[in-house]
Write a protein that binds this ligand. Structure first.
Ligand SMILES: C[S@@+](CC[C@H](N)C(=O)[O-])C[C@H]1O[C@@H](n2cnc3c(N)ncnc32)[C@H](O)[C@@H]1O
Length: 286
């Protein structure tokens, strides 16, 4: 008779004379089989999870614990693996990210895997004119500027002088400041200004990463400004998972949920919603 504790039963022995009847009966009915799997004809189903044998109830619990651990492992370690096996950064990009990570608002910076995908898209579509809506410390604008040809331009839109002063210093170090024009004003006003000055349909790529409640308005304005065959990208469209938490009714969450529904049904674009970083939606303008 095995005396090894059931791995999911808090160290209590599987079989013992002094057991309370209920627990005792449960474990008599679910007797471990020393690694052998008993067929249904013998009345008992015994599952193997890893190297341990569990009764069927415990095995289900063990499987879900294992699954949870695998999911955690996937999220954390596989993300790191992806970064280590794909991300290419210049020294200034690395410095910018390291400096930004010390910033109290560092979580506003997007993910290097996202930057690289967008940089690759910028090159694939031969972009020359890019909108960066929400600059912060300048990582997204820097990545776009590095991907553009010498005569390319990034129009970088933000309201914060404090954040963008950090960005300007690093753009200068990366020798791309001639490719970036900063507009310090509400993004909606700047985008409208471009439309009013006749630049509709002249942009190739837009990255929208400013205040979430403004996303839909920026989208509509960017749809006017970006040409057919161009791309509008949104960061944070999974919003740390809050989009699937119905109890979360924060204005930012509600805005992103509504936008995701709108993009799904919007026939003006083809769409990809990618589970990288905090969610990256790519709108390919038809
Ligand atoms: C998430 S951060 C941008 C991160 C940046 N794209 C990056 O990859 O590091 C959002 C930025 O949007 C700016 N912002 C917020 N509301 C804005 C508005 N109405 N117009 C322009 N910029 C705004 C903030 O000042 C902040 O720098």
């Amino acid at each position: 008779m095995p005396t090894r504790p059931c791995p999911l039963n808090h160290g209590r022995p599987r079989h013992h004379r002094t057991l309370q009847p209920k627990w005792h009966n449960h474990h008599r009915r679910h007797r471990p089989m020393s690694g052998r799997r008993r067929g249904p004809s013998q009345g008992l189903e015994f599952l193997t999870a890893g190297e341990d044998n569990y009764c069927c109830t415990c095995a289900q619990a063990a499987t879900s614990v294992k699954k949870m651990n695998i999911e955690k492992f996937r999220n954390r370690d596989l993300e790191e693996y992806v970064k280590q096996h794909s991300v290419r950064q210049t020294e200034v990009q690395k410095k910018l990210m390291a400096e930004t990570l010390k910033h109290p608002e560092s979580k506003m910076m997007a993910d290097p895997v996202q930057y690289q995908l967008m940089a690759n898209l910028i090159q694939v579509i031969n972009a020359k004119k890019v909108l960066d809506v929400g600059v912060f410390t300048g990582a997204s604008a820097l990545s776009a500027a590095l991907a553009l040809p010498e005569d390319g331009i990034v129009h970088a839109l933000d309201i914060s002088e404090e954040y963008t002063n950090i960005a300007k210093k690093l753009w200068s170090e990366a020798a791309v400041n001639h490719k970036i024009t900063l507009h310090l004003a509400h993004a909606e006003d700047t985008l409208q200004k471009f439309i009013d000055s006749g630049e509709a349909g002249t942009f190739d790529f837009a990255f929208i990463d400013a205040d979430k409640e403004g996303y839909d308005r920026y989208y509509e304005l960017c749809l006017v400004l970006v040409r057919r065959g161009g791309i509008i990208a949104f960061d944070d469209t999974l919003w740390d998972g809050r989009v699937i938490d119905p109890s979360n009714q924060m204005p930012s969450t509600v805005a992103i949920r509504k936008l995701n529904e709108k993009l799904r049904d919007d026939q003006r674009i083809n769409l990809s919603l990618l589970n990288i970083g905090d969610g990256l939606s790519l709108c390919f303008i038809k």
